[in-house]
Write a protein that binds this ligand. Structure first.
Ligand code: ZN
Length: 317
């Protein structure tokens, strides 16, 4: 680092000029040592990633060098500067220039290194490229232009015209006689409507018969559903028959017991009804037994009649 303070020796005479001049030094110090060649040494920071051309190492953006800055030309009135840097990994030199023609802030590598291309490309990133809308009109090669015109003509004759004609045909086919088409459509609609109405009537009948809610949607009547319902009904019927047979058997047992065992005492024992007294008690015991029997018989009759009252045909769809 250059010192900021200056030492003025005792024999210094201001009339001789500035201290730099007396001592034969430039104000910029060591950085101006190549000023006679038009080179000023400045600190230069790499504006992009590069690969050194000599050692092939990658050098990252932002690495700083003591570069030799030199004016090498001008674009109109804007000077073009070159920065010559020495690679810090080897002894190779590379040169980077400003490029005022492309952009005010652009640099290009001119020698000794390769630039890593990381510029934003809108077309690659889902944006839209800016196209040159003012391209020169006439193609250079008249033969190529002619070929282009011929190609376009054949394409129109062979592809476009038949396509348009077929589209026209289709359109005519559908629009030539709207009356008959409408007639056809309406007829079909009426037929479908009739079928739907019939179905609805049948469904409503079933709903009414079983007290089902009107909003309930019933299954479509097909062979499969009928089959399933039939098998389900058979199963339920078998279950019911078995239960009925069991109940009948128990009823029969009770009646046979009461008829065969004339003594009220034995049934009372089996039913765990305490027989009261001996002589006069026998009369009241038989009364209780007959009461019980009639009650059981009535219950059984009621149950079986309740089950039988559902007509089997109504269960089947
Ligand atoms: Zn290098």
């Amino acid at each position: 680092m250059q010192g900021f303070n200056k030492y003025y020796p005792p024999d210094y005479d201001p009339s001789q000029g500035s201290l730099n001049k007396v001592r034969g030094k430039h104000a910029l110090g060591d950085r101006a040592r190549k000023l006679d060649q038009g080179i000023l040494i400045t600190r230069f920071e790499l504006p992009f990633n590069i690969w050194c051309g000599t050692c092939n190492n990658h050098i990252g953006m932002g690495v700083r060098y003591n570069a030799e800055k030199k004016k090498i030309g001008a674009y109109y009135s804007t000077p073009i500067y070159s920065f010559r840097c020495k690679c810090h990994l080897c002894d190779g030199w590379f040169e980077i220039q400003t490029d005022p023609k492309a952009s005010n802030t652009r640099y290009v590598v001119t020698s000794g290194a390769r630039q890593k291309d990381e510029d934003w490309n809108p077309e690659e990133n889902g944006g839209f490229a800016v196209h040159d809308t003012e391209k020169e009109g006439a193609p250079v090669d008249p033969l190529a232009a002619l070929e282009k015109i011929t190609d376009a003509k054949t394409h129109m004759e062979k592809v476009q015209k038949p396509r348009i004609e077929s589209l026209q045909n289709v359109s005519e086919h559908y629009n030539s006689d709207p009356y008959s088409l409408s007639l056809k459509v309406r007829k079909r609609f009426r037929e479908n409507k009739k079928i739907e109405l019939k179905k609805k009537q049948v469904d409503d009948n079933i709903k009414e018969r079983y007290g089902l809610p009107a909003t309930m949607s019933l299954l479509e009547d097909d062979d499969k559903a009928v089959e399933a319902a039939k098998s389900e009904w058979l199963k339920a019927k078998q279950d019911h028959d078995e239960r009925e047979a069991k109940r009948r058997k128990t009823t029969l047992d009770i009646t046979s017991l009461s008829s065969s065992g004339s003594s009220s005492r034995s049934l009372a024992k089996s039913l765990k009804i305490p027989a009261s007294g001996s002589g006069s008690g026998s009369g009241s015991g038989s009364d209780a037994l007959s009461l019980l029997r009639s009650k059981i018989l009535r219950n059984t009759a009621k149950n079986s009649s309740a089950i039988r009252s559902i007509p089997s045909s109504s269960v089947l769809p």
